[in-house]
Design a protein around this ligand. Structure first.
Ligand code: CUA
Length: 194
């Protein structure tokens, strides 16, 4: 009688021994779990270091009454200086424009964008920054950023919002921090030459 435990009989062609199958499966399991762990770590680290904003600001507003008063009345739109030195930009995204069409903000200063929509879903994106959010009617989208240097950021609507979507865009103009206080309220909410 052959000693099966220590010296197994040769298996037929094409049949892989069970312990080798187990080893291979364990190796692949390790590879898959490491990839999963690595990808989760990338998401967590970039989220923390680049201040990415998941759409988490659940703040509701009546989209049919924006023009009647309150925070998003026409006179409140544009860039407002806050007592703590930061600025807040309030905007409405509507078919097919952003109001105001251009906002001026200071560099090296915390900037908070608050945007809402009276009609359909739009998107607000400043290329090469952490600013990227959907603008959903009934909700106020809020994103915070700090621009490190002056420049002009083109701001395309990045959520398909019907026929005029491709022409819906605006600008954010970042001016040197020391020039911002000299701008009048009208200049802050427009990029036209005064
Ligand atoms: Cu608004 Cu696309």
């Amino acid at each position: 009688m052959a000693d099966i435990g220590s010296n197994p009989l040769p298996l037929p062609d094409g049949i892989v021994p069970e312990d080798e199958v187990t080893r291979t499966e364990d190796r692949w399991l390790t590879v898959v779990l490491s990839m999963l762990g690595f990808m989760m770590a990338v998401i967590v680290v970039t989220g923390a270091t680049h201040a990415l904003h998941p759409p988490s600001n659940v703040e509701t507003i009546d989209p049919t009454a924006l023009h009647l008063g309150g925070e998003f009345a026409e006179s409140n739109l544009g860039t407002a200086a806050e007592p703590d030195g930061s600025v807040t930009v309030r905007m409405i995204a509507e078919q097919y424009s952003f109001v105001p069409n251009c906002s001026q903000v200071p560099a090296d200063t915390p900037v908070k964008f608050r945007i809402t929509s009276p009609d359909v879903i739009h998107g607000f994106l400043l290329p090469a920054t952490n600013v990227n959010t959907m603008v959903v009617p009934g909700f106020v989208a809020e994103v915070r950023t700090t621009f490190s240097r002056p420049g002009i950021y083109d701001m395309p609507c990045n959520e398909f919002c019907s026929y005029g979507h491709h022409g819906m865009w605006a600008q954010v103009k970042v001016v040197p921090k020391d020039q911002f206080p000299d701008l009048s309220p009208v200049e802050r909410t427009s990029c036209a030459k005064q």
